[in-house]
Design a protein around this ligand. Structure first.
Ligand code: G3P
Ligand code: MG
Length: 265
C-alpha cells in the first residue's frame, strides 16, 4: 500500500473530531433483529452505520460472548447468569425466537464472530460488562486480530488500566460518568486522555455545544447515548456530537443524511 493510500485510509477511519455527526447502532440494528446477535450486527453493517455498539461478557469458562443483561433470561430460551454458565450451555440457547420466529435458532455470538462480520471501516464500540477479566481478554483478542485501529473499549477506569496492560495503544471510551454531572465527566475524560466520551441523555443538552467544543479541542470524540427522536437527533448534530447511539437506526441515518451529516462546519 502506498503511503498516500495509508494516510487516506487512516483519515477515513479516524475523521477529525467535530467534522460530522454519525449514527451508532446500539446493540446492532436492534429494532429489526434480536439485539447483540449476528443478524443485528449484519443489518447495521448493511445499512451503513459508521459505528456499532455491542456488549461483552465472560462465561464461567472464560469465553467472550455478546450479551447485554447479566442473565440470559430476557434474550434467550434459557435462564441463569452468564458468569455462571459455560460457553457450551450458552451456545445451546435460542437467542432469536424471543424477538421473532423468523430468527429462531440464532445463537449468542462471540466477540471474535462479531469482529469478523464488521468491516475495519466501521468503529466498534465494545461495551465491557463485569470486571477486569473481560477487559484483559477483549484487549488481547482485539490486539491479536489486528483490530486496534477501529475498536475502542467503553469501560471504567479499572478495566481501561487492565486492557492497557495488555495493549497499551487500545482506545478507551470513559464510562465513569461522574454521578451525572456533565462538566465533571468532561473534565475527567480530558484529564484521563481517553479517546472517547459517551454523554448520556440524562445529562441534558443545555450547554452541550460548548462542552463538545472543549472535548474536540482536547482531541476527544463525542458519543451520545441515546436518541430515537428526530428533534433530539437534529439538536445533537447542531451541537457537533460525533456519534449518536440509537435504537432506531433507520430514523437516525435518515435524519443525519438530511442535515448533511456535517452540521458543525
Ligand atoms: O452509555 C450506555 C450505552 O453504552 C448503552 O449501554 O449497555 O445499557 O446498552 P447498555
Ligand atoms: Mg451497551
Amino acid at each position: 500500500m502506498s503511503l498516500c493510500l495509508i494516510i487516506l485510509t487512516l483519515a477515513a477511519l479516524h475523521p477529525a473530531p467535530g467534522t460530522a455527526t454519525h449514527a451508532c447502532a446500539h446493540r446492532g440494528d436492534l429494532a429489526n433483529a434480536p439485539e447483540n446477535t449476528l443478524p443485528a450486527i449484519r443489518s447495521a453493517v448493511e445499512k451503513g452505520a459508521p459505528q456499532i455498539e455491542f456488549d461483552v461478557q465472560v462465561t464461567r469458562d472464560g469465553h467472550l460472548v455478546i450479551m447485554h443483561d447479566s442473565t440470559v433470561d430476557r434474550t434467550t430460551s434459557g435462564a441463569g447468569r452468564v458468569a455462571e454458565l459455560t460457553f457450551e450451555e450458552i451456545r445451546a440457547l435460542d437467542a432469536g425466537s424471543w424477538f421473532s420466529p423468523e430468527f429462531a435458532g440464532v445463537q449468542v455470538p462471540t466477540l471474535r464472530e462479531v469482529l469478523e462480520v464488521i468491516p475495519e471501516t466501521i468503529l466498534c464500540n465494545v461495551h465491557l460488562k463485569g470486571g477486569v477479566e473481560v477487559a484483559t481478554e477483549s484487549a488481547r483478542l482485539i490486539r491479536d486480530m489486528g483490530r486496534l485501529h477501529h475498536c475502542f473499549l467503553a469501560c471504567n477506569r479499572a478495566q481501561a488500566e487492565a486492557a492497557k496492560a495488555v495493549a497499551p495503544e487500545i482506545m478507551i471510551c470513559n464510562m465513569d460518568r461522574q454521578g451525572g454531572n456533565r462538566t465533571a465527566y468532561v473534565d475527567d475524560t480530558i484529564a484521563r486522555g481517553a479517546e472517547f466520551i459517551q454523554l448520556h441523555w440524562g445529562q441534558g443538552t443545555a450547554g452541550l455545544k460548548e462542552d463538545v467544543a472543549r472535548l474536540h479541542a482536547a482531541g476527544v470524540r463525542v458519543n451520545w447515548f441515546g436518541a430515537q427522536e428526530e428533534g433530539l437527533i437534529r439538536t445533537l448534530a447542531e451541537a457537533g456530537v460525533d456519534y449518536i447511539l440509537t435504537n432506531d437506526l433507520d430514523l437516525c441515518l435518515r435524519v443525519l443524511k438530511e442535515v448533511g451529516g456535517n452540521a458543525t462546519e
